[in-house]
Ligand binder design. Structure first.
Ligand SMILES: [Zn+2]
Length: 520
């Protein structure tokens, strides 16, 4: 008996030590000593160059998961019993990220992309990459940067995700269960190689350009809903079109707006980039009413980049979207609805591009980048990091490495944030409603756009990381009594790192923008 207890004690000790080793190996810094910090102040203006590329990152959805005859939908909740036609095979589907666990892809609707815009002032070369992905974590960004050869001459690479809720999991949260990563390692590796390829291709395509700027700050407001109070949006369309100076051809365009690409909602099982697909198609190839071309496209490569989508910007199933050519309205989440939304947006973009507000041929690029540490306060995120559901290391005890950047190109200014920022932090309008957990007044003031230099101010969200929602501290509401007389806590806090995240980001941006303003 004594020997048995001795054995049992030893066994428990071995298990505990094993678990601790596993936890700590998941927490280890994947990139010790890595720092992206940069400060480039260019007071000289030079001719600008730009290059574009679109490289697919569509996953392979194995045939046996494809809904070939349109009726037999595989339901992963039935368990692991799904096999191939011969009664055997591995359960290895593409897990769709967003909404809930266990969403196995049944097929491909449209290609996913890594789209790149290079902008260069002869001294600084920026690569702006947009992925059709739910998000992409900072450690993976660092890995991608190491795959871009030095002779591409890229000073700084920004990788933003559109946050489509209809593509493969690249974060880990949406596997079969909440405790199992939904990331397929081979697919992740493929995406990283394709991003590097996209950047290299865009560098090779560089040409002397004229940048044509336009804005439509109100036209797209009806296409997005705010499902959490206060109602503040970032629904302005901000556009950059790059035209080859020698032959007048459009090389590409950057379309900046802010909305969750989740118009197809939670039951779609086909891989798609959601409404951004139709926006890009419309802008590049033109807008068609059935087969007839109603508005010609501009050609080139269109990038759709999301801004402040937190708090919470969505084309919810309760929000109807009108067809561009008829009175038909779409409410239910369908591809028809995503298409109607995308065409509406593309139409606004093309109209706006016809009335540019600025043309830029010479400018200098000033750039400030900071690697930062953010405390992981959310217990579920702590657990996810420890269990390796999130394959990202920590930088110090329960702190993650993330990144901010600000830059200017002549009269254009840009701020990149690592997650889903609430629009009130960007545009103003933070409230301190009764019932807020800390009983405090707004902290993240003045608004980011107020602090930004320049005339045309672009926000890139989910850039160089996805850390979840970035919520004003005075609106943080996880405990009763709840804000805005609600009976329950609002949605957002459970997918946020913690209540200090916004103020840390804001403080850093304030310092960086003050510095950047000096260069103007
Ligand atoms: Zn989101």
């Amino acid at each position: 008996m004594k020997r048995f207890f001795k054995f049992l004690g030893l066994l428990i000790l071995v298990i505990v030590v094993g678990l601790l080793i596993w936890f700590f190996s998941n927490l280890r810094d994947r990139n010790p000593g890595y720092n992206a910090d940069l400060e480039i102040m260019n007071e000289n203006s030079s001719y600008l160059y730009a290059g574009f590329a679109a490289v697919p990152i569509t996953p392979e959805v194995p045939d046996r998961w494809t809904d070939t005859d349109g009726d037999a939908k595989y339901n992963p909740k039935d368990g692991d019993t799904f096999t191939d036609g011969n009664g055997n095979g591995k359960f290895d589907p593409v897990w769709i990220a967003g909404f809930s666990n266990s969403r196995a892809a049944n097929g491909i609707h449209d290609d996913l992309w890594a789209r790149t815009m290079i902008i260069d002032d002869g001294k600084t070369r920026l690569a702006i990459v947009v992925l059709d992905a739910i998000g992409f974590m900072n450690d993976d960004i660092i890995d991608v940067r190491s795959r871009i050869p030095d002779d591409a001459g890229v000073t700084y690479t920004i990788i933003s995700s559109t946050h489509t809720h209809e593509g493969p999991d690249l974060l880990g949260m949406w596997g079969k269960t909440p405790f199992k990563s939904g990331v397929n390692k081979e697919y992740m590796d493929y995406v990283k190689d394709q991003v590097a390829k996209s950047v290299l291709t865009a560098v090779k395509m560089m040409r002397p350009v004229k940048l044509v700027i336009s804005e439509d700050l109100n036209g797209a407001a009806s296409l997005v809903k705010d499902t959490r109070k206060p109602e503040v949006f970032d629904s302005g369309l901000r556009l950059i079109r790059a035209i080859d100076k020698d032959n007048g051809e459009t090389l590409g365009a950057l379309i900046s707006w802010a909305d969750h690409p989740e118009t197809l909602w939670s039951r779609n099982l086909l891989i798609t980039s959601d409404f951004p697909h139709y926006v890009r198609e419309g802008v590049e190839k033109g807008i068609f009413n059935s087969d007839s071309l109603v508005k010609p496209g501009i050609g080139g490569v269109a990038l759709y980049i999301n801004g402040a989508i937190g708090g919470l910007m969505t084309t919810h199933p309760s929000l109807p979207v009108k067809d561009l050519f008829s009175d038909q309205e779409f409410k239910e989440p369908t591809f028809e609805k995503a298409e109607a939304q995308g065409k509406q947006l593309a139409f606004l973009v093309l109209n706006s591009l016809e009335n540019p507000v600025e043309e830029i041929e010479v400018a200098g690029i000033s750039l400030i980048v900071r690697t930062i540490s953010l405390p992981i306060k959310n217990p579920l995120f702590k657990l996810g990091t420890m269990l390796g559901v999130f394959n990202r290391g920590t930088r110090g005890w329960m702190k993650m490495r993330s990144e901010l950047s600000v830059f200017t190109i002549g009269p254009l200014s840009f701020a990149t944030l690592p997650g889903e920022v609430y629009p009130e932090i960007i545009n103003g309008g933070i409230e301190a409603p009764d019932g807020n957990d800390f009983g405090i007044e707004p902290v993240e003031v003045p608004s980011v756009r107020e602090m930004m230099p320049g005339k045309y101010k672009f926000i890139f969200g989910l850039a160089n990381d996805e850390i979840g929602y970035i919520i004003p501290k005075s609106q943080w509401d996880a405990k009763a009594p709840y804000t805005y007389d609600a009976n329950d806590s609002p949605y957002g806090e459970e997918n946020s790192l913690g209540p200090e995240t916004a103020s840390i980001l804001h403080k850093n941006l304030k310092e960086m923008l003050a510095e950047l303003n000096k260069s103007q």
